[in-house]
Every structure is written in C-alpha cells, then in structure tokens.
Design a protein around this ligand. Structure first.
Ligand code: HEC
Ligand code: HEC
Length: 356
C-alpha cells in the first residue's frame, strides 16, 4: 500500500511538472529525472531534473545559507559527499515528504521554511515578547472595481494612450545592482513589441538574454547557458509586460480578487491566468494606478518556487512614465535594475535575431 502511494505521489509530481514546464506550444511527454541527469542522487531520484536548481535555492534560502553549507564548494563538485549537512538535508527532505503524506493528504503544506524560517536551526521555544500586530486587509469596497477600470487607470498612470502609441521601441541603459547595494554591473536593454534583449557586463563576462517573440535564450559571452522552461517563461512575460497596459492580450483571464495593503499602500490584487492555466498575481497601487508587483511561481517537489518582480520609482523617461527601479527576487537570488537612460524608436529588429 505504502509503495503504491509513493509511486502515485511521484507520478503526480511528474505530471505536475510536465504541465508546469512544457514550453509553450510543445507537448513534453518524457521528463528527464534528477536520478538520470545528476551523478550522486539518493533521494530526489524521481524529481524532474529541471527542478534541481529551484529546489537547491529553496533549501538554501529557507536555511539562510549558501551552497557551501552542504557542498564542498559554492560553484562546483556538487555530486561529492562528505559534508554532514548534505546527509542531514537528505533526511530532512524525506521527513518533509513524510509529514505532508501522513498529515496533509500529500499536499505540499510543509516545506523547509515552515520550520527553519531563514535559520540554520529552527527555534523551538516561543518568544516571550508580545507578537507583532496582525496585518489586516483594508475595508473592502462596496462595489468591486472591474479589471477594465484598473487597466484604464494603469494606462493613464503610464502617460496615456497617445504618449504610449508614440513609443514603438526602447533602448534602455541601466545598472544591475546586487543585494550588497555596492556591486553594480552595467546593462543595456532593447525592447520592441514584446521582443527583448539584454546584455549585462560583468568584469570579463557578458550575459545576453534574448526573447525573439517566440523563443528565449541565454548566452555567457558567446556560449549558450541552459535556460529552464520557467526562466524562459518569465523572461517572455517581463518583456511583454514592461510598461504595457494591454495586459488582456498577455493573459487568458484576469480577475480582481481583493483590496490589500502592502508597505502601507492600498493595492488591488488581480489574479492573471495564462493560456496554459498557470496563475500569477498582479498588484496595482490604488492611489497611483501603477503596476507595482508581479508574482509567478512553479511547483517543485518541496513546495512553491516563487518569482517576484517589484516595480517602483515611476518617473518620466522618454515621454512616458516608467518604473526607474525594478527588483527581481526568487529564493536565494535578488537584484535591482535601475534605469539610467531611455531612448525611444532607435531599435532595429536585427537586435532580436538569434545568433547563428
Ligand atoms: C541544505 C543542504 C543543501 C544546500 C544548502 C544546497 N544543496 Fe545541493 N544538494 C543537497 C543534497 C542533499 C543533494 C543530493 C540530493 C539527493 O541525494 O537526492 C544535493 C545535490 C545537488 C546537485 C546534484 C549533484 C549531482 O550531480 O549529484 C547540485 C547540482 C546541487 N546540489 C547544487 C546546489 C547549489 C547550486 C546550491 C546553492 C544554490 C546547493 N546545491 C545548495 C543539499 C544542499
Ligand atoms: C518539521 C520541521 C522541519 C522541517 C520541515 C525541516 N527541518 Fe531541518 N531541522 C529541523 C530541526 C528541529 C533541526 C535541528 C535538529 C538538531 O538540532 O539536531 C533541523 C536541522 C536541519 C539541518 C542541520 C542544521 C545544523 O546546523 O545542524 C539541516 C541542514 C536541515 N535541517 C535542512 C532542512 C531542509 C533542507 C529542509 C527541507 C527539505 C528541512 N530541513 C526541513 C526541523 C525541520
């Protein structure tokens, strides 16, 4: 019975990830497992190999550590054993699955962060200080705003239909600011009709990201870097959504959910459903009408992997209002893009051609 249940759970996870990870327009039937792809797997054998990076980032962020806590290095030889924490982590993964199976009908309710909350060791004793006051939702409006009203307000916030229509393409100079606030890499970004190219310059390394309207790719100098289906999906969405109030053309369905409060501001929470039935969250500032946040996620074998984009500091850049600051965040990885300069209508289509 137990064996059957375990098999079932694996099949369900595999199916789920196939749904999650199939690139748009393609049906993915065979999912390569971590057991097949990686060298020294004892627990995550049946996990889709595509999830490895996300799972490692979830574990690291949940414990507030970097890879080296469990591995011999932060950037190589991940298959090696010998660090006790790696074996403890194997036990912890099994324990987490066991808890969900036994007490939560197999639903991924408990993950590493449920207990660890960013710490290496969970704290068992309750605090003797009074708890912080609960965050309450603002009073809900008597008449719900429609999505069309929210989008119209957003269009106005960007500068209006006429100003937006004048911008056919954008060249953006920006800085990628790392979490320490000091390390800065120069970036160039080209945007045109949902197509996107960015080049980020590290000391002796240029990372290029490209979405040509159909396919996404990533290069380190001139060599291809493996792009996961979820990453490609997010690159595409970021390109489509940038300063574009025509959000209806991007998603299959949009629903206003409720009025919320984030950082003291009232916001509209909108659920956006993609054509392949994945849900994202769009957050609009009630007062300014601006799009302030997008949240997407992908299911993994140890819970949701979250990807959050925060838009802020909207200002006049090239005749329309753009978010001068965009913060990208996922477990273990964050950076902020700060726009320095915008030039309109100078981008040639050749910029989006995939290298031969
Ligand atoms: C809390 C411990 C822990 C942390 C932190 C951690 N890992 Fe792991 N990692 C593991 C365990 C455990 C395995 C083996 C899983 C198994 O046996 O099923 C593993 C396996 C791997 C593998 C597969 C290696 C192979 O070929 O067998 C890669 C790649 C990997 N980790 C990368 C990373 C990266 C990159 C980071 C940092 C972002 C990271 N890990 C952080 C515990 C950890
Ligand atoms: C139900 C609560 C719970 C969950 C869920 C959980 N842990 Fe733990 N974990 C603990 C406790 C409690 C300890 C401390 C045990 C001790 O001190 O001996 C611990 C210790 C650890 C340690 C050793 C830390 C050290 O410095 O000794 C690692 C590594 C670890 N957990 C990784 C994970 C990972 C990875 C996950 C998710 C796959 C996870 N844990 C999920 C409760 C949990």
């Amino acid at each position: 019975m137990k064996t059957y249940f375990e098999i079932l759970v694996v099949v369900v996870f595999a199916l789920f990830s196939a749904l999650y990870f199939a690139p748009t327009g393609e049906t993915q039937t065979v999912v390569e497992t971590a057991g097949q792809k990686f060298k020294n797997i004892k627990v995550l054998n049946d996990m889709p190999a595509d999830q490895m990076g996300q799972v490692m980032n979830i574990m690291s962020a949940s414990l507030g550590v970097d890879c080296k806590m469990c591995h011999v290095s932060n950037d190589k030889d991940f298959e090696k054993d010998g660090i006790d924490h790696k074996d403890i982590a194997r036990k912890m993964i099994k324990m987490t699955w066991e808890i969900n199976k036994t007490f939560f009908e197999g639903k991924p309710e408990v993950s590493c962060n449920t207990c660890h909350v960013g710490h290496e060791r969970p704290v068992a004793l309750p605090s003797l200080l009074p708890p912080p006051p609960p965050v309450e939702r603002p009073k809900q409006p008597a008449v719900k705003p429609t999505v069309d009203e929210i989008l119209a307000k957003y269009e106005t916030a960007l500068g209006g239909k006429d100003a937006l229509a004048k911008v056919k393409s954008r060249y953006i100079k920006a800085n990628r600011v790392e979490p320490d606030g000091k390390t800065v890499e120069p970036e160039e970004i080209w945007l045109k009709g949902g197509k996107y190219r960015s080049e980020t310059k590290y000391a002796d390394y240029v990372v290029t990201e490209l979405f040509d309207g159909k396919n996404a790719l990533k290069l380190g100098n001139t060599e291809a870097i493996e792009l996961k289906a979820f990453e490609a999906e997010q690159m595409k969405r970021d390109a489509q959504l940038f300063a574009n109030p025509d959000i209806r053309s991007i998603y299959a369905k949009l629903d206003f959910r409720f009025l919320n409060r984030i950082d003291g501001r009232e916001v509209y929470m909108v659920t956006a459903t993609t054509a392949d039935n994945r849900r994202e969250q769009l957050v609009f500032d009630v007062l300014t009408g601006q799009l302030v946040r997008r949240v997407a996620s992908a299911m993994t074998v140890i819970g949701q992997f979250q990807y959050q984009v925060d838009y802020s500091d909207y200002k006049d850049l090239g005749g329309v209002k753009l978010p001068a600051s965009t913060r990208f965040a996922m477990p273990g990885i964050t950076w902020t893009r700060k726009i320095v300069e915008v030039k309109n209508n100078t981008v040639d289509d050749a910029k989006f051609a995939a290298p031969k």
